[in-house]
Design a binder for this molecule. Structure first.
Ligand SMILES: [Zn+2]
Length: 223
């Protein structure tokens, strides 16, 4: 099993480096996971991303047993595990402490779907959890799953943000869209509250992104 997921492990490390370059990961705070048939692969605890090698990544079963890897999994692996167990449609999870999303999480407010890319890739309002101390891993994981619901992102009160996607590339884009939306929400707050897109249009945009984006159907509908 040690080398069977080599390409995916390289992609996870590359994703970490991109998140660090974007300023979303600082020092070793932030973790990434991706689903594999036997469970999921997750980044290890307390290893600098630029020093991380595929051998440092840890494979964990859906029940939480370490299947492969010499390192300890991230202390937040429990959050990844419960999200992946709860959501068959999710193939990758990114947890970061990106600045603007964390700022909104410190307000303990949701980010409403007020911009189309958020409706498309997240699928609705981004809820915020109640505050759970980071050391309470199981309680935090359960709260994250409950507040994530069926959308692709959730704010962790006074802590950070968790973003999902069908694969690593999409989870990375979700992280970018959520951070950008948080920035816009904070910027707009100087003038007034943002105007939210009506629920039926949020649903239509999500459906368009999932099933029509980049196809001829999308062009036909736009006319
Ligand atoms: Zn964290």
């Amino acid at each position: 099993m040690g080398t069977s997921h080599e390409a995916l492990k390289h992609s996870i490390i590359e994703t970490c480096l991109r998140l660090e370059a974007a300023g979303y990961f600082v020092s070793t705070w932030g973790n990434v996971s991706a689903r594999v048939p036997e469970g999921f692969i997750v980044t290890p605890s307390r290893i600098q991303y630029d020093l991380m090698t595929p051998d440092d990544l840890v494979t964990v079963s859906p029940e939480g047993a370490v299947l492969d890897g010499r390192r300890l999994p991230s202390s937040e692996a429990e959050v990844h595990r419960l999200v992946l167990n709860a959501r068959d449609d999710v193939g990758a999870v990114i947890h970061s402490h990106s600045s603007c999303a964390t700022a909104v999480a410190c307000l303990q407010r949701p980010i409403p779907p007020f911009v189309e890319d958020l409706a498309q890739i997240v699928g609705g309002a981004i809820n915020c959890t109640r505050y759970v101390p980071g050391s309470h891993h199981s309680e935090l994981a359960e709260e994250v799953v409950a507040r994530l619901g069926e959308v692709n992102a959730v704010l962790l009160a006074n802590h950070g943000v968790l973003c999902c996607g069908r694969d690593l590339a999409e989870a990375f884009v979700t992280s970018q869209i959520v951070e950008r939306a948080a920035f816009m929400m904070l910027s707009a707050a100087s003038i007034g509250p943002v105007t939210v897109i009506p629920p039926q249009e949020v649903e239509a945009e999500r459906h368009r992104f999932l099933y029509k984006y980049g196809t001829k159907d999308d062009f036909d509908e736009a006319e």
